[in-house]
Design a protein around this ligand. Structure first.
Ligand SMILES: [Ca+2]
Ligand SMILES: [Ca+2]
Length: 283
C-alpha cells in the first residue's frame, strides 16, 4: 500500500503559498478592479486626488463610491495568519454604512469590522480587533460604501494585519485545507494516518488494485485447473497411444493437446508474472 500512498503525497501535501490579493493597490491599473478582488458597483482603483482624496498610501487607493454612487468588493479567500490580532487600514469619506470587514470566506460570519464615517477626504487609520480562535481559518475581506448622499463616500487603502507587538504579518492562500501533519518530513506512518486516510482518489486506486489482484488470482486458479486436466488427459493418451493399433490418429491428437497444454502453460506464466507485479505495486 505504501507505493500508492507515496505517489499520492504531492497531492495531499499542498502547502499554502502567498496570495495575490492587492492590499496597497499600487500595482493595479487605475479604474480596474484590483488583483484578488471581485468588484460591484463603483468599486475600482483610483488615484490620489480623485474624489477629493488626500493622504493616500503611495499613489493609488481603493475607491468604493463617491457621494451619490455606491460599490463594494470582496477579496479572494486566504488563511488568517497565525498571530494576527488586528486588522488595520486607511479610510476616508463620510459614509456611515461603509468600511472594511473581515469575515469567514464565502460571505460567512463577521469576525471584525470598522466603519468610521467621519466627514473627511483625508485618509486616517481605522482598525478592528480580531477575536481569538480564527487563526488558520479561511477568511475574506469585504469593503463597502452603501450610502448615497452628502458625505456618502468610502475610500480605503493599505489594508494589513498586525500581531500583538504591532508588526505586520503577511497573508497566505487558503484555497485548500492542509493537514496538520508536516508531510514534508515523510514520516510515512504518520502521513498515512493523518494525510491520506480519507483521500478519495487513493481509496479508489486501492480498490481498483485490489479488484485486479482478485481477478488475477481467479484467472490463475482457472488456468492451473485447466493445465492439470489437460496434463492428465495427455498422460492417458500417451498411455493409450503406446497400445493403440491406430498410432497415427492418436499421435495427431496428442500433438494438438500438447500444443494446447503449451499455450495454457504460457498463459499461466504470464498471469503469474502479472499477479506478482501487481502485488509488488500494492505492497
Ligand atoms: Ca495605496
Ligand atoms: Ca456613496
Amino acid at each position: 500500500m505504501r507505493v500508492l500512498s507515496i505517489l499520492l503525497l504531492p497531492f495531499l501535501c499542498l502547502s499554502a503559498s502567498n496570495c495575490n490579493i492587492s492590499l496597497q493597490f499600487e500595482d493595479d491599473a487605475l479604474n480596474s478592479c484590483p488583483m484578488g478582488w471581485t468588484c460591484e458597483g463603483s468599486a475600482k482603483v483610483s488615484g490620489e486626488g480623485a474624489g477629493g482624496s488626500s493622504g493616500v498610501e503611495g499613489a493609488h487607493f481603493f475607491y468604493m463610491g463617491y457621494d451619490s454612487d455606491q460599490g463594494d468588493a470582496t477579496s479572494d479567500a486566504f488563511r488568517l495568519p497565525v498571530g494576527a490580532k488586528t486588522l488595520q487600514w486607511m479610510r476616508s469619506g463620510g459614509a456611515d454604512d461603509g468600511g472594511v470587514m473581515l469575515r469567514v470566506a464565502g460571505g460567512g460570519a463577521e469576525i471584525c469590522s470598522g466603519q468610521d464615517g467621519h466627514n473627511s477626504n483625508t485618509m486616517k487609520i481605522d482598525e478592528c480587533a480580531i477575536p481569538d480562535g480564527f487563526e488558520g481559518v479561511s477568511v475574506e475581506l469585504y469593503v463597502w460604501d452603501h450610502v448615497s448622499g452628502s458625505w456618502g463616500k468610502t475610500y480605503v487603502d493599505d489594508i494589513h494585519f498586525l500581531d500583538e507587538s504591532g508588526n505586520r504579518v503577511e497573508i497566505s492562500c487558503a484555497t485548500t485545507a492542509s493537514p496538520t501533519h508536516n508531510c514534508a518530513d515523510f514520516n510515512i506512518d504518520g502521513v498515512l494516518n493523518e494525510c491520506s486516510a480519507d483521500f478519495p482518489a487513493e481509496k479508489e486506486a486501492l480498490e481498483a488494485a485490489t479488484a485486479r489482484v482478485t481477478q488475477l488470482e481467479s484467472d490463475t486458479a482457472t488456468t492451473d485447473a485447466a493445465v492439470e486436466a489437460l496434463s492428465a488427459d495427455f498422460v492417458t493418451l500417451q498411455s493409450e497411444a503406446a497400445m493403440s493399433a491406430n498410432l497415427a490418429a492418436t499421435d495427431a491428437t496428442v500433438e494438438v493437446l500438447s500444443a494446447d497444454l503449451s499455450t495454457l502453460e504460457n498463459e499461466a506464466a504470464t498471469t503469474s508474472a502479472s499477479l506478482a507485479a501487481t502485488d509488488a505495486t500494492v505492497e
